[in-house]
Design a protein around this ligand. Sequence first.
Ligand SMILES: Cc1cc2nc3c(=O)[nH]c(=O)nc-3n(C[C@H](O)[C@H](O)[C@H](O)COP(=O)(O)OP(=O)(O)OC[C@H]3O[C@@H](n4cnc5c(N)ncnc54)[C@H](O)[C@@H]3O)c2cc1C
Ligand code: FES
Length: 270
Amino acid sequence: MVPRRFVVRSSRPDTRDTRTLELSPVDGGPLAFDAGQFTMLLAFGVGEVPISISGDPTAPDPLVHTIRAVGPVSRALAGASPGTVLGVRGPFGTGWSVGDGRGGDVVFVAGGIGLAPLRPAIREVCAARADYAHVAVLYGARTPDDLLYADDLQRWAGEHDVEVQVTVDHGQHAWRGRVGVVTELVARARFDGARTLGLVCGPEVMMRYSALALLDRGVRKDRVRLSMERNMQCGVGLCGHCQLREYFVCVDGPVLPYDALEPLISRAEL
Ligand SMILES: Cc1cc2nc3c(=O)[nH]c(=O)nc-3n(C[C@H](O)[C@H](O)[C@H](O)COP(=O)(O)OP(=O)(O)OC[C@H]3O[C@@H](n4cnc5c(N)ncnc54)[C@H](O)[C@@H]3O)c2cc1C
Ligand code: FES
């Protein structure tokens, strides 16, 4: 429960409201993590929020977080300049367990900032690319200016034989790419549903429709995994803030299989 002190080594702008921070421990070793896990990140004097780890699980120093400034805490974290000390608890929660997809196809479906929690799993697959058959990254954002990790997307496609498809809700400027919702990418991507592991992260409504699109393509319910977001306070299953019916998202999730989530996620009030 006691945060460790990490210092911001670098801060890079990704989009208008999103930055990627690299953090190193002030004392002690790096924070080993599984792809999909999160930390509770503390801006001293402001507050603490859950943020997924977006770096490489095989190289945990620096600790990498991509943060969208939406409110007071995330704004303070995203605005932390090099040299700032932040508090870190964790890592917490379940991972993507992308290794379960070995020998078959893996399809990553991301909406907006949802690419950040998926990035460590994509890197894991790229590092052992020969172990997987077809790999696809299907990514939707609001506008071209909201797209994260342009360099990664190019590298995954160019160097790791990954089918990368990108779409935006609203194309502006000189955008020559696809306009539409990410579920349309699921319908057209080149994978064999019967042997696919599908990992989905983004706004809840986007995840619901993406999961249904994967099922339509023949992916089994227990082979579709979503990363759920809930308000969190303790991160360790004590306070109940993150409760989603019988689940505490901080310990049972954030990554949960669609067959467990189906009765919950299809209810409008959730
Ligand atoms: C497991 C988990 C992993 C997460 N990983 C990341 C991550 O990698 N990067 C990241 O930037 N965020 C991530 N989040 C979301 C992040 O925790 C919230 O954005 C943060 O808690 C907002 O706190 P705040 O005090 O800044 O804003 P608040 O004051 O809590 O919210 C300000 C306003 O923004 C809205 N808001 C809050 N959260 C979101 C959101 N996620 N999307 C859109 N609007 C929102 C609120 O409804 C409110 O209107 C994750 C959340 C969870 C549960
Ligand atoms: S955040 Fe406290 S129980 Fe999950």
